[in-house]
Unconditional design. Structure first.
Length: 77
C-alpha cells in the first residue's frame, strides 16, 4: 500500500457518507412527493408513494455503482 492509498481513506469515507446522505434525503423527498401526488390524483391505493421512491432508489444505486467503479478505475491507474 503506497502513501496515496493510505492517506486517501478519510476522503473515501466522507464521499461514501455523502452518498449515503444523498440517498436518504432523496428517498425522503420521493416519499413526500409520492404522498402529495397520491392525495392529488386519488388512486384506489397509494401507487406513487411506492413507485417514486423505487425509481429514486434504482437511480441512486446506479449512480453509486457508477461512481465507485470510476473510483476503482482511477486507483488502478
Amino acid at each position: 500500500m503506497n502513501y496515496r492509498q493510505k492517506h486517501n481513506k478519510p476522503n473515501d469515507l466522507l464521499r461514501y457518507a455523502g452518498l449515503g446522505a444523498q440517498i436518504f434525503v432523496s428517498l425522503g423527498i420521493a416519499v413526500f412527493a409520492g404522498y402529495k401526488a397520491d392525495k392529488w390524483v386519488q388512486p384506489p391505493f397509494p401507487v406513487l408513494v411506492w413507485l417514486l421512491p423505487f425509481i429514486v432508489l434504482a437511480l441512486m444505486i446506479y449512480k453509486l455503482i457508477k461512481e465507485t467503479s470510476n473510483q476503482n478505475n482511477k486507483n488502478a491507474n
